[in-house]
Design a protein around this ligand. Structure first.
Ligand code: ADP
Ligand code: ZN
Ligand code: MG
Length: 487
């Protein structure tokens, strides 16, 4: 059923996200196998992660440290005692026959993440953060019945994950997007996860329901599984909200179910009726000790916490006096913020440094498909260029050309300027000679100026700039032209 915007406006969406992030450890959650992505299939396996009888898992200390750091970064309370349980289900790429996950005693509870949607701030509750292990990967190949193959790669089995469950506090796809973005940024800043969505390091399930605006109770939700990109999350939510409103408007009722986002068809499709906790027959994993976290360990995790995105943004605003927009851009990643600060430390004034990094540099990197970590231009080299522009040694226009050359060749600003003759003409005598030429060639415009048409002043300045290929000091040109015209 098509739903008109008027009908849509009578409803409100309610959304809660369950986000899985792979912890950035060298080895798996409960064994010593490598977590390296892209290794030969099934090369990183052992009796523990394959669930062979008699194998004994041992919790990876580093995984616990990273999970604790993530918990604190999203303002959760770490529980002194948590516990791993077995979540039993059959799946071909789950050789143990169960997932190890925390159930009734999660690692951390009761946190929040602040989001910003078009300048409006909102605090989204986090219900819990718990640890678990990942399953393997199935690959399907071929279409003809006689030539269809399925492969299983167990390398990902036992890789450590955290699951972060939000409260149903989100009210629109844009809020869900902002929440996932803020969470991703925090996990990247804290180096808890590389959050590489293509490699499956960050995955998201979206729970969504609708209710008539102002209704006191939530509607019945559907869970949309495995949204592994921001675009899919937005599209799936928009589709699902409209679908649910359509069902209710045509007199139907919602059933609680699990759905999948069909990328090709651009719609959500039923996958299975909703499973309940009791379907999994959870029970405490008898092979693993309860997780006991001491106050000292929590204090250590707190001390190891790097500056978080919101704090960095606030500090940039306060210390550098840059615009909120620039501060937002420059703190998008920790590496970009570090680069900007290195440029300032190397002597560039903060505001122009912010402009150059957020503008010219990011544009170039994007065009070259490069990350700031692989930036060919050292921060000190950019600082040198910025200082030259700020000191009027070269014009802003030349500065951009010099910048492009530096980016391409790795040469210093001084070398490029010397080689290409970009030095700004600040010699008043030279500028005056050129200005007199221009004035002599344009007696009509001189007459216009003398009869009160001030607009032609710009024409003369433009002509002088052109004659000097944009290298004349603009302020000096202004002064000289003004003087000559009023002679
Ligand atoms: P379940 O028992 O189905 O796993 P939970 O209460 O554990 O449900 O919640 C799972 C996720 O669904 C959480 O992110 C929560 O915020 C969200 N959620 C719960 N109820 C609703 C609802 N009515 N509409 C949308 N999201 C919801
Ligand atoms: Zn293993
Ligand atoms: Mg649940």
């Amino acid at each position: 059923m098509r739903v008109t915007p008027e009908v849509m406006a009578r409803y409100e969406a309610v959304i809660g996200l369950e986000v899985h992030a792979q912890l950035d450890t060298v080895t798996k959650a409960f064994c010593g196998c490598s977590t390296n992505f892209g290794d030969a299939p099934n090369s990183n396996t052992c009796p523990v992660c394959l669930g062979l009888p008699g194998a004994l898992p041992v919790l990876n200390k580093r995984a616990l440290e990273l999970a604790m750091r993530a918990s604190l970064a999203i303002n959760c309370t770490i529980q002194e005692r948590s516990r791993f349980a077995r979540k039993n289900y059959f799946y071909p790429d789950l050789p143990k026959g169960y997932q190890i996950s925390m159930y009734e005693l999660p690692l951390a509870t009761g946190g929040w993440i602040d989001i910003d949607v078009e300048g409006e701030k909102k605090r989204i509750g986090v219900t819990r953060l718990h640890m678990e292990d990942d399953a393997g990967k199935s690959l399907h190949e071929g279409f003809a019945d006689s030539d269809r193959w399925s492969y299983i790669d167990f390398n990902r089995c036992g890789v450590p994950l955290i699951e972060i469950v939000s409260e149903p506090d989100l009210r629109a796809p844009a809020e869900a997007y902002a929440y996932l973005n803020a969470l991703k940024q925090i996990l990247e800043y804290t180096e808890v996860s590389d959050c590489n969505m293509e490699e499956g390091s960050l995955r998201c399930d979206a729970n969504v329901s609708v209710r008539p605006r102002g209704a006191p109770k939530f509607g019945i939700k559907a869970e949309v599984k495995n949204l592994n990109s921001f675009r899919y999350l937005s599209h799936a939510l928009e589709y699902e909200i409209e679908r649910q409103i359509g069902v209710l408007e045509s007199g139907g009722t919602m059933v609680q179910e699990t759905r999948l986002w069909n990328v090709a068809a651009g719609r959500t499709e039923p996958m299975r009726s909703k499973e309940f906790a009791h379907d999994y027959r959870y029970f405490p994993d008898p092979d693993l000790l309860p997780v006991a976290v001491s106050a000292v360990q929590i204090e250590q995790a707190r001390k190891a916490m790097p500056e978080l995105p919101d704090a960095k943004t606030a500090r940039f605003l306060h210390d550098y006096g840059i615009t909120p927009y620039d501060a937002g851009v420059l703190t998008a990643t920790r590496a970009l913020g570090d680069y900007f600060e290195a440029v300032v430390r190397a002597g560039a004034p903060a505001k122009p440094a912010a402009n150059w990094v957020a503008g010219e540099l990011l544009r170039r990197l994007k065009d070259a498909g490069q990350d700031i970590l692989a930036c060919p231009l050292p921060a000190a080299a950019l600082a040198e260029l910025i200082v030259k522009v700020e000191n009027d040694e070269i014009t802003a226009a030349s500065g951009k050309k010099v910048f492009a050359k530096m980016f391409e060749t790795g040469k210093s600003a001084a070398d490029v300027i010397a080689a290409e003759g970009f030095s700004q003409i600040s010699d008043a005598g030279a500028i005056e000679r050129i200005a007199r030429e221009v004035v002599k060639k344009n007696p009509d415009n001189v007459a216009k100026f003398k009869s009160g048409n001030e607009g032609v002043f710009k024409f003369f300045v433009g002509q002088v700039m052109r004659e000097t290929r944009g290298q004349a000091n603009p302020q000096l040109v202004n002064e000289v032209v003004k003087r000559i015209l009023s002679e």
